[in-house]
Design a protein around this ligand. Structure first.
Ligand code: T3D
Length: 262
């Protein structure tokens, strides 16, 4: 059972909802631990088809809970590295190694580590009223939870620098326009987006999507020739799946495929 998140599993799709709305779902030690545990539970469940992450209330996630970081008396300093190693990193390792697709539906503001969290997911949808802010520089910190790695890869170094150094707020529309996220949707359609994304993942050729993630992720460190090799290896494996067989049958029979994720 969970205290600070909601976890549900339906039709093979796990839904994790950050659930401390009065604090804009800012991250506590407990919440980080619970998200990690939920990702483990999802991954261990039979026939997982995908993971959807969202937030309760008007915010998605305001980053580190600053109530846990009370100002220190003069002369004292805080070592922040331990929390990154033992709290943030284990969560991110689980998120990034999830074979099934992970979709984030950003319902409201995503700030600091909350923004990194969203960007770590494979695909990000955001409500039109949601905002993205690299809050770190405003409190004298550096982007963490992988933010310094994701940002330049998603939008290029020029935009990443602007976002991270100035910490200006981006609207969901701006985020979608510069390629930071996949899609900006009207607020009124957010619940429908959650349901549609879940249904899409539940009916997807899950092994192919896992291999697709693997290929796209590997591309940054591969030459084109290495990528050809990887594609051939992955495509070989796909050729033996039930879903490929079904995809070919459905095409020949002019009907939508019924993928089982195997
Ligand atoms: O410390 C380490 O371990 C290092 C790791 C750091 C990782 C990080 O994430 S650092 C960055 C931490 N996050 C921030 O600096 C963001 C702080 N919040 C904001 O800048 C703003 O709240 C937002 C831009 C996110 C939203 O603004 P707005 O105007 O929509 O809402 P608000 O009124 O500021 O916030 C609503 C309430 O949530 C408010 O409480 P109140 O006044 O109603 O009692 C506010 O204090 C609280 N809240 C917002 N963010 C946090 C928070 N409480 C605790 N921690 C927060 N991060």
């Amino acid at each position: 059972s969970y205290e600070q998140i909601l976890f549900a599993l339906a039709d093979g799709v796990a839904r994790i909802t950050l659930n401390r709305p009065e604090r804009l779902n800012s991250l506590t030690d407990v919440m980080r631990g619970e998200i990690s545990r939920a990702l483990d539970e999802a991954r261990a469940s039979a026939g997982l088809r995908g993971v959807v992450i969202t937030g309760a209330g008007r915010g998605f996630c305001a980053g580190q809970d600053l109530a846990d970081r009370k100002p220190l008396p003069e002369g004292q300093r805080r070592d922040l590295s331990e929390g990154l190693r033992t709290g943030y990193r284990p969560l991110m390792e689980r998120l990034r190694s999830m074979p099934a697709p992970v979709v984030c539906v950003v319902n409201g503001v995503a700030a600091g580590a909350g923004m990194s969290f969203a960007l770590a997911c494979d695909v990000v949808f955001a409500a039109e009223s949601a905002k993205f802010v690299q809050a770190f520089s405003k409190i004298g910190l550096v982007p963490d939870m992988g933010g310094s790695w994701f940002l330049p890869r998603l939008v290029g170094e020029g935009r990443a620098m602007g976002m991270a150094l100035f910490g200006e707020t981006l609207t969901a529309r701006q985020a979608a326009d510069c390629g930071l996220i996949w899609r900006c949707v009207p607020d009124a359609d957010l619940q429908q987006t959650l349901d549609e994304v879940s249904a899409t993942l539940a009916g997807a050729p899950t092994l192919a999507l896992a291999a697709t993630k693997q290929a796209l992720r590997a591309s940054g460190g591969n030459t084109l020739m290495q990528q050809f090799d990887l594609e051939a290896e992955l495509q070989r494996a796909m050729g033996y799946t039930d879903d490929y067989l079904e995809g070919m049958r459905a095409f020949a029979e002019k009907r939508p495929p019924r993928f089982t994720g195997r």
